[in-house]
Design a protein around this ligand. Sequence first.
Ligand code: GCU
Length: 131
Amino acid sequence: MTAHHEAETSPAACSGTIDTNWPGCTGTGFYNGEHAVGASARFAVTSSTAGSATVVVRFANDSKASRPVDVFVKGTKVRSVSFEVTGAWSTWASATLAIPLPAGTSTLQFTPTTAEGLPNIDSVCTTYGAP
Ligand code: GCU
């Protein structure tokens, strides 16, 4: 089962702003996370069974370097990911991550590990079990 979560739509939340100034995002906007270690973008995701989910994060990063991020499920760090430079804030790319999820609803959280903060995050798409 696949579920699509727009950053600007509940049940998602972030420390930062929801912006609309860069074209190419889906829905009506994207997250512009606060530039700080410990900032967060959170999505409530629901899986019917425990297991590895495929999580596709749509993002843009026009800074000079990749932005490293820790990924948490229900407050426990499950992995790290580095969101590469996409070349323009209006150029969106997809990062595909394997994330272990328990059954039920979990908070999936992205937290930057440098003061550059998160990339701009447009959406998260989760696929559980067989796609
Ligand atoms: C620029 C850009 C923002 C982006 C920010 C950043 O200000 O307009 O959309 O979030 O850089 O470096 O994260």
